[in-house]
Design a protein around this ligand. Structure first.
Ligand code: ADP
Ligand code: MG
Length: 725
């Protein structure tokens, strides 16, 4: 089997399915093998229907006395199975007797209807599958497995999978993969494709397809399973342990390849001499004098590092690491000002349009404040054609321009006059490709990367081995620590009253929901409906803005601008506001369905408040039926320190727990999580160093496969299409 063959070579994958696979980034057989599950399900024990709670996935046992009825009038062609409202309390295992089910005349639920016996009424519902009627045979027993939802007081098992009791018992012994899907591409289709690719590759001569890249000796040293076994068991683990072993091996590979690549790149990339000539005195003392606040000691040190680099013998390659709100922006802006004063251009790249605009405004104000008269120019995707032309012209002609933008900054059409400094945040850390692109344009700028990821210094040194690091480990002292609370929906009205008071005191409020619009698949508050609710609740009290990722860039900008200007007091938003937005007048961050977010993300969200002088508050609202206290949220409740949160979260999760929410999407690892897999990262780092110490060109036969894989990765990232490790 050729790993580079298109997925369409697999049986059963026609044009249409192939396109769906393309939509999720899968083109070749290799891609499908590396399309790791995003989660796994292990099937739970069969439950008593009386114990079902909305939102959970559950299995129940049914004995069919009447087949489901089909509502043919509905566009959805729903099949509905009525399952007895009252379940005998002893129904809790496969051996127990099942509740019986019967047909109902009217499938339309009556509001508040309760089944006889007082237990909640339960139905199973299938959309677009009228044939279910003939699948479920009278007199037979089945186990239905699916998600429980509640509508009008009736519980529904939504689109449950149907198994015979024996099948279900077998399934319970396994761990099933759950893949990232797209509309039209079902989990089973992916499963089948992976299964086929696997069996073709494994039956194939092992030397070709899934040959191990790691020398035997390294595998033994770190007790890692074989590559073919790992690939097989990451998809279809024979049991939970196999899954953990498979993941361990693949995480090691990911780290090792990443680190080898980085070290090799560093070797090739000789230090670039610093060509800039600084004819004027540094502006730094002036900046420090004119700032409305005093820099923290840590900010001062980072500032000195950066300014020394700018005048150093080589171009700067520096990372500034500091928690949210530690004040990284002022360092970047100061460096940009210095560069402009010396007659060169600088550019800062933001991850979103909204943030780029915010930076441009602040940078303009900063220049004024410092008495510097230099052109600040904004370049983003949402500019109108004429604006864009104008921006490009300034970038081409003004040799001291301060440039702010998104990805658009590094398109081919952008011609810089003399770019001397590029500032990015870590999500947009410059790849080799972009650097090469700029170098081709004749630019060899200084690079400054900013990061809020709270990883310990030892790890930062490993992960950012190609960068020098300045750490800002202090937050401005005058600031009041944010007050936190974790509450459930019964407290929501209190929260609103509290928000009302804050608004009355002249402050602003963020409310974050996990979803944009109502979803069939997921529970949780959505921005669109929530905004309506809040507009009703705060009518005549506060003006309410709405922000989400599906809005047009111009709309987003207008909404953000209104919030910045204080025209709207409450902003209901998705996590689009997570990164970097700075409205110091905002004092409340309320997060709905807080349990749905990763800790790092929640910490980032919280970082949007507590930026001014006033006391700020963060309200973590847990979704309904969260009767156990969420330990993760209580960490946030206790601490405002990003490093401590990361540490505590890690303790809580334990090494084998990888079914949870990934801590950080910051590094482009597929499986590995730098927090959770810290120990493995350290090992891989040691090993990478050892390998390169004895075999710097990876010329030894036992490193042949590693080298081949690195070449493939390099080719792939250079072609820019897709990126897999
Ligand atoms: P981040 O590190 O998250 O990017 P910012 O640079 O946006 O943080 O700074 C957060 C807020 O703190 C900004 O409003 C900024 O003006 C303010 N700030 C920065 N440094 C100080 C300081 N030393 N003292 C007081 N306020 C500061
Ligand atoms: Mg920032």
């Amino acid at each position: 089997m050729n790993l580079d063959a298109p997925v369409s070579e697999l049986k059963g994958i026609g044009k249409k399915t192939e396109e769906l696979f393309h939509a999720v980034g899968v083109y070749t057989i290799r891609d499908i093998l590396l399309y790791f599950p995003r989660d796994y399900i292990s099937y739970p024990d069969v439950k008593d229907p009386a114990d079902l709670a909305p939102g959970e996935h559950a299995a129940i046992y049914v004995h069919i006395t009447r087949p489901p009825i089909v509502n043919t009038k509905s566009r959805l062609k729903t099949a509905i199975l009525q399952i007895g409202g009252q379940a005998p309390s002893h129904v809790n295992s496969l051996r127990c007797q099942a509740p019986s089910c019967g047909e109902v005349e009217k499938p339309e639920p009556l509001a508040g209807a309760k089944a006889p016996g007082g237990a909640q009424e339960l139905r199973a519902i299938w959309f677009h599958q009228p044939y279910i009627r003939s699948v479920l045979k009278k007199g037979q027993d089945y186990v239905l497995y699916g998600r429980v939802a509640e509508k009008n007081g009736i519980l529904y098992l939504e689109q449950p999978l149907i198994h015979s009791p024996e099948q279900y018992l077998d399934l319970q012994k396994t761990v099933q993969p759950v893949y990232q899907l797209t509309k039209g591409l079902g989990n089973n289709t992916v499963k089948k494709a992976v299964d086929q690719a696997l069996s073709d590759c494994v039956s194939d001569d092992e030397t070709a397809a899934l040959r191990d890249r790691l020398p035997e000796q390294i595998r033994q040293k770190y007790e890692l399973c074989g590559y073919a076994y790992a690939i097989q068991n990451i998809h279809f683990p024979v049991d939970v342990n196999a899954c953990i072993e498979a993941r361990k091996r693949l995480v090691f590979d990911e780290f090792l390849l990443f680190l080898l690549q980085m070290h090799l790149m560093k070797e090739q990339e000789e230090k670039t001499a610093n060509h800039l000539t600084f004819s004027k005195e540094s502006i730094l003392p002036e900046i420090i004098e004119r700032l409305p606040y005093q820099l923290t000691g840590a900010q001062q040190r980072a500032m000195e590092d950066v300014f020394a680099d700018l005048r150093g013998p080589y171009t700067m390659q520096r990372l500034i690491q500091g928690d949210v709100g530690s004040g990284k922006t002022v360092i970047a802006f100061s460096a940009m000002l210095e560069i402009s004063l010396q007659g060169y251009q600088s550019a800062i790249m933001a991850p979103t349009d909204v943030l780029a605009r915010q930076h441009a405004n602040k940078l303009t104000a900063f220049c004024e404040q410092m008495g510097v008269d230099a052109p600040v120019v904004l370049l983003t995707g949402s500019l109108k054609a004429a604006q864009k032309r104008e921006a490009l012209e300034i970038i081409r002609s003004k040799k001291n321009a301060l440039i702010v933008g998104t990805h658009a900054l590094f398109q081919e059409c952008v011609e810089y006059a003399n770019l001397a400094l590029v500032v990015t945040d870590e999500q947009h850390r410059f790849g080799v490709k972009q650097r090469a692109g700029l170098a081709e344009k004749g630019e060899l700028p200084h690079y400054l990367v900013m990061s809020a990821t709270p990883i310990p210094r030892t790890l930062a040194i490993i992960l950012y081995g190609d960068l020098d690091i300045s750490v800002i480990d202090e937050v401005p002292a005058m600031r009041l620590p944010i007050k936190n609370c974790v509450v459930d929906p019964t407290w929501r009205n209190n929260a609103y009253s509290f928000i009302e008071k804050q608004v009355a005191a002249g402050h602003q409020v963020y409310i974050v929901c996990p979803l944009v619009e109502p979803s069939e698949e997921m529970d949780g508050e959505n921005v669109i409906e929530y905004t309506k609710k809040i507009r009703d609740r705060f009518q005549g009290i506060a003006t309410v803005g709405m922000l989400h990722g599906r809005m047009k860039p111009e709309e987003k900008n207008a909404v953000m601008e209104a919030f910045l200007q204080g025209v709207t007091q409450i902003l209901v938003s998705t996590t689009v506001i997570e990164v970097g937005v700075d409205v110091p007048n905002a004092t409340v961050m309320m997060v709905e369905n807080a349990e749905r977010f990763g800790l790092a993300q929640l910490h980032q969200l919280r970082g949007r408040v507590g930026r001014g002088d006033a006391q700020s508050y963060c309200i973590f609202m847990q979704g309904k039926k969260a009767n156990t206290e969420n330990e993760r949220l209580s960490i946030l409740n206790r601490s405002n320190d990003g490093f401590e949160i990361a540490r505590e979260d890690l303790k809580l999760r334990g090494p084998g727990d990888f079914f949870g929410i990934r801590q950080s999407g910051t590094f482009s690892f597929q499986l590995a999580d730098v927090f959770q897999d810290m120990a493995m990262l350290q090992k891989a780092s040691e090993e990478a160093k050892e390998i390169l110490a004895v075999d710097p060109d990876l010329a030894a036969p036992e490193h042949f496969m590693l080298k081949k894989e690195l070449r493939r990765m390099a080719a792939q990232s250079a072609s820019g299409e897709r990126f897999h490790i």
